[in-house]
Ligand binder design. Structure first.
Ligand code: B30
Ligand code: ZN
Length: 239
């Protein structure tokens, strides 16, 4: 599918507010996470992620990333615990990455950028479907995982294989990081990074933003930079 927005100079993050004024809203994402400013919250539950690889439907280049979609008509693949109440169903996961290893993540940690960031997107089952949930303040929960290039194997589509061993996280109230930038996301950003091989990063960077017949443009630097915190508190699940 194609969009009126993108990541270029003419249609990139600096221009999104013209069509999506919430771009300047009170709870926009991503943010720079400053660990020394985050407050450990002992009341945060441990994060429960249950993923059934059989629910993976297919893979799609959506013109701004690639995403893997999941069937979400039952609770086969879910997120619970952490900062959220109730059960959230996995809808899709996708990535944001850079043209080189010195950038690419959306969230940053004390200013540090990572080469890639995975987003596992879930919706609150107190709403009837993803579309309804996407406009509610507690409608979505996205788990963010930083990826760095390292010699390793990057196996299959079981989302669990995309996660670090420990699930220590930071959490804050934010938004979608692409238009429509809806302020409906409880962000759960994992502290530990996952390694991907340089060959895998090269494959990400060889995807195209463009459709057939257009002048090819590599899909790189598809990230929004950190947005103002505007008084929000970031909580940490760990000391
Ligand atoms: S993110 O995790 O904050 N980067 C959406 C979900 C998660 C994030 C950003 C956006 C989302 O659901 N957007 C609306 C649906 N999209 C999805 C698509 O298939 O391709 C349509 C759209 O934007 O208008 Cu692109
Ligand atoms: Zn994303």
């Amino acid at each position: 599918m194609s969009h009126a927005w993108g990541y270029g100079t003419q249609d990139g993050p600096e221009t999104w507010a013209e069509s999506f004024p919430v771009a300047n809203g009170p709870r926009q994402s991503p943010i720079d996470i400053v660990p020394t400013q985050a407050q450990h919250d002992p009341s945060l539950k441990h994060l429960k992620l249950k993923y059934d690889p059989a629910t993976a439907k297919g893979i799609l280049n959506n013109g701004h990333s690639f995403q893997v979609d999941f069937t979400d008509d039952d609770n086969s693949s879910t997120l619970a615990g952490g900062p959220v109440t109730g059960i959230y169903r996995l809808r899709q996961f996708h990535f944001h990455w850079g043209s080189s290893d010195d950038k690419g993540s959306e969230h940053t940690v004390a200013g540090t950028k990572f080469p890639c960031e995975l987003h596992l997107v879930h919706w609150n089952t107190k709403y009837p479907n993803f579309g309804e949930a996407a406009s509610k303040p507690d409608g979505l929960a996205v788990v963010g995982v930083f990826l760095k290039g390292r010699q390793t194997t990057f196996s299959n589509f079981d989302p669990k294989t995309l996660l670090p061993a420990a699930l220590d996280f930071w959490t804050y109230e934010g938004s979608l990081t692409t238009p429509p930038l809806l302020e409906s996301v409880t962000w759960i950003v994992l502290k530990d990074q996952v390694s991907v091989s340089p060959a895998q990063m090269a494959k990400f960077r060889s995807l195209l933003f463009t459709s057939e017949g257009e002048a090819p443009s590599c899909m790189v630097d598809n990230f929004r930079p950190p947005q103002p915190l505007k008084g929000r508190k970031v909580r940490a699940s760990f000391k």
